[in-house]
Design a protein around this ligand. Structure first.
Ligand code: ADP
Ligand code: MG
Length: 542
């Protein structure tokens, strides 16, 4: 064996540790959940490796988590027989900020005005949460790889850590925490029992506390939904999605045909992409009979459903499914179709039965549905039903569906009209709306650039064409001419004078039946170029 080697923490980790060690955050107990969650992840990974790898170190070990407390020595130890870590993995995983939770925490901290430690609870700082309660943390580990040696990682949470070789280690990781004096409660059996029962009831590996089993291993998604409490779902969501919020919506369903599926899907409370965090990764995990196949399968769901969390379990999948073979690809595609359809149906029901909840969901996640409507040809009809817009007939902030718009159409109205604009005030004060308003024709208001792609992709709804109200082809029926209107002759003279004066700058000057109060408006004669697109082209040409 060699002498311990000293390492400096990466600057961000040092900053994070400084906050964590000095935090007065009251819910310090979450460190247990974080470490158990890491242990469970490591076991899941091992279980998956066992399907594909022949050579695994210490292969006869039971896949379980052992927690031991020592109230004399004031320590708590959390050991798993998972994949463990090599020396290099220790440096990468515990010395650099490579994982999402802590990154998001630091970003939020940088952005928030008050340097607020309550953010720890909202984001979770994973492994480093141990330093809220620890004088020192030791990680004894041996990788699943046979040609590796055991390692011991040690830190007191200040700027550095050390790693040395350690003989006689079992596979996996054993984390020994020497508790701060004021945190000695976590070396008490009863205290940890209480915490484990709350957080870890759904961990799919046995957890033993001082030799006694605390959890009943069960896959929540395989249980009968009538027997599951809301809190159980919420805890499962937090655990499985590494989330710190409450789920906004959930769908738990099973199907037998065309594939045997048990799925449990969650919509989070907040859309973090909207908050400015990085693009979400697909994170509905794929399981086969309770064994995790892939935590972040790319093609299990369409891209625009990347905000969903949860689990899909299908007995029909081969355990060693590969992304390469055509047959396996086809299976995933089939799963994708079934689950997407089912989820869209669920949203349709929500929209019908729980209007407020749906509208709140839509305000937060509607962008993803629009993205789907714009790019996903297969599901665009189902998605069109879920879209919501403000309109000339809704109050500010209230929306209508396309279906409801259609019910308000008069018998002579053949098309659905919409207008683009940066906001309601801009559209309402523009000249394009007047002619429609005067004739009681409803116009949908589109504020987002994605709306343009949505309208172009949908083209129609319920057999009615979707038409931009500022398009030159739009014909409005004649209104009675107002008092003192120009004669046809005078109108002709005026328009030809205008054309002469404006010259090349306009294609044509016509008397319009659209205007009520405004003297003139510019119409878009180009079938393929909307004002918004023109603005974009202009910006590009600059
Ligand atoms: P996260 O779990 O979100 O990735 P953590 O801070 O909890 O972040 O853990 C950081 C990384 O350290 C993990 O991604 C994993 O690679 C590694 N790790 C932590 N605990 C264990 C463990 N018990 N066994 C193996 N690897 C672990
Ligand atoms: Mg973790």
């Amino acid at each position: 064996t060699t002498a311990p080697q000293k390492f400096e923490f990466q600057a961000e980790i040092a900053q994070l540790l400084d906050i964590v060690t000095h935090s007065l955050y009251t819910e310090k107990e979450i460190f247990v959940r974080e470490l158990v969650s890491n242990a469970s992840d490591a076991l899941e990974k091992l279980r998956h490796l066992q399907l594909t790898e022949k050579e695994i170190y210490d292969d006869t070990l039971t896949l379980e988590i052992n927690v031991t407390t020592d109230d004399k020595a004031k320590t708590i130890t959390i050991q798993d027989f998972g994949i463990g870590m090599t020396r290099q993995e220790l440096v990468e995983n515990l010395g650099t900020i490579a994982h999402s939770g802590s990154k998001a925490f630091l970003k939020a901290l940088a952005e928030s005005e008050q340097k607020n430690t309550s953010l720890i609870g909202q984001f979770g700082v994973g492994f480093y949460s141990a330093f809220m309660v620890a004088k020192s943390v030791k990680v004894y580990t041996h990788s699943w790889r046979k040609d590796e040696t055991g390692q011991l990682w040690t830190s007191e949470g200040a700027g550095n850590y050390s790693i040395e070789e350690s003989s006689g280690e079992r596979r996996g990781a054993k984390i020994v925490i020497e508790l701060k004096d004021e945190c000695s409660e976590f070396s008490q059996d009863w205290r940890i029992k209480e915490i484990l029962e709350r957080y870890s009831a759904f961990v799919s590996f046995p957890i033993n506390l001082n030799g006694k089993r605390v959890n009943t291993v069960q896959a929540l998604w395989l249980r009968n939904k009538n027997e599951i409490k809301d809190e159980e779902y919420t805890e499962f969501y937090k655990f499985q999605a590494h989330a710190f919020d409450e789920p906004r919506l959930r769908l738990h369903f099973s199907a037998d045909a065309p594939l045997a599926i048990n799925a449990l899907l969650f919509v989070p409370k907040e859309n973090t992409e909207k908050l400015g965090f990085s693009r979400l990764e697909p994170s509905v995990a794929l399981y086969c009979r309770k064994v995790m196949i892939d935590a972040k399968p790319k093609h299990l769901l369409p891209e625009w459903l990347r905000f969903l969390k949860g689990v899909v379990d299908s007995e029909d999948l081969p355990l060693n499914i590969s992304r390469e073979t055509m047959q396996d690809k086809a299976l995933i595609e089939k799963l994708n179709k079934v689950i997407t359809k089912r989820f869209l149906k669920f949203l349709e029901d929500e929209a019908k039965n729980r209007v407020d909840a749906y509208n709140e969901f839509y305000a937060e996640f509607g962008f993803f549905l629009k993205e789907g409507a714009a790019v996903d040809f297969t599901h665009k009809d189902q998605l069109a039903k879920l879209l919501r817009f403000e309109s000339s007939l809704t109050e500010k902030g209230k929306t209508t569906s396309l279906a409801d718009y259609v019910t308000r159409m008069g018998s002579e109205q053949k098309e659905i009209y919409y207008l683009f604009g940066p906001n309601r005030a801009a559209i309402e004060s523009g000249p394009y709306l007047e002619g429609f308003k005067a004739r009681n024709l409803e116009v949908l208001f589109c504020y987002e650039s994605v709306d343009e792609y949505v309208m172009n992709s949908l083209r129609e709804f319920d057999g009615k064409k979707l038409t931009a109200a500022d398009h030159a082809d739009v014909k409005l029926s004649d209104l009675p001419k107002p008092e003192g209107a120009l004669s046809e002759d005078d109108t002709k003279k005026l328009t030809s004078w205008l054309k002469d004066t404006l010259g090349e700058r306009v294609a044509e000057v016509k008397a319009s039946d659209r205007l009520v109060d405004s003297p003139a408006l510019a119409l878009n004669a180009d079938k393929f170029m909307s004002p918004h697109m023109r603005r974009m082209m202009k910006a590009l040409n600059k």
